[in-house]
Design a protein. Structure first.
Length: 273
């Protein structure tokens, strides 16, 4: 049984304040990350999470003076409190998606956020969503992954916003940082910190490839192959559910709805190869 996760201090620059919104999709809750250079008086707050006064009070107490709020992607469990918290702290909100920004421009791939000596590099990492970004805190050899990598299990790729081809490319981008010696540890948006970045990222690829093989096997059982799939197969009214019933037969049926959206993304990927 895994140890309970409650957030805490990681590296010299990361402080995780756990939001009180646990659930099937959020695990222990949303990790709100406060990033600050040692000795500095200004910080970055990543994914303020839900509109919960107690949580936002704890984030404010940890963060001190906030230069900006960053959201890793548009899902509500990350963004609901973003503007309210930014107004409270007198700062701006930045994201890749312009509709999530407030009083600021969108971030760009490779951009370095420099706040009181803290350097955090923005990396576009689509896959979980089209607007997903990660943050490289190279001084701590840490990568803040949003929902692209979770502290437990694997992330959901929901068609059509999620894209499996982009996901594989983004995981490869993250893995290259490990190979280059720039990242050792992953700081996810849900669940515990992961000290073995290489092992986790390699597992993510293996797991997803295994799922794809299972989907291909299910198609075969239904008398189909990837070559038979039309470009719009993800919108097929019955095929994704048929595949779910084969591939996810060992999973609680309450999760089949989410699994079906993942299968739609997998079928779209197979049809595009």
């Amino acid at each position: 049984m895994s140890e309970p996760w409650a957030g805490g201090e990681y590296g010299d620059r990361g402080r995780c304040v756990l939001a009180p919104n646990p659930g099937i999709m959020t695990l222990d809750g949303t990790n709100t990350w406060v990033l600050r250079e040692p000795g500095a008086d200004r910080s970055i707050v990543v994914d303020p999470g839900p509109l919960d006064d107690g949580h936002l009070d704890a984030v404010a107490a940890t963060a001190g003076q906030v230069d900006l709020v960053l959201v890793t992607h548009h899902h509500l469990d990350h963004t609901e409190a973003a503007r309210d918290f930014a107004e409270r702290m007198g700062c701006r909100v930045r994201a890749l998606d312009p509709t999530q920004c407030w009083r600021s421009d969108p971030v760009t791939d490779g951009e370095v956020l420099d706040v009181a000596g803290l350097r955090a590099q923005v990396l576009t990492t689509p896959g979980h969503t089209a607007d997903s970004v990660s943050l490289l805190i190279e001084a701590d050899r840490a990568l803040l992954t949003g929902d692209m990598v979770l502290g437990r299990g694997t992330t959901v790729i929901v068609h059509p916003d999620g894209d499996l081809g982009g996901y594989f490319d983004s995981i490869a981008k993250m893995r290259a940082l490990v190979t280059d010696g720039r990242v050792d540890t992953l700081w996810p948006a849900h669940g515990p910190v992961l000290p073995d970045a290489a092992g986790v990222l390699d597992h993510y690829v293996v797991h997803r490839r295994e799922r794809l093989a299972q989907v291909e096997s299910a198609l075969s059982a239904l008398g189909l192959s990837p070559a038979d799939l039309p470009p719009d197969v993800a919108e097929h009214p019955t095929l994704p559910r048929q595949v779910v019933e084969v591939v996810y037969s060992d999973v609680d049926e309450s999760l089949w709805g989410a699994a079906e959206w993942s299968v739609r993304a997998q079928l779209a990927y197979l049809a595009s190869r």
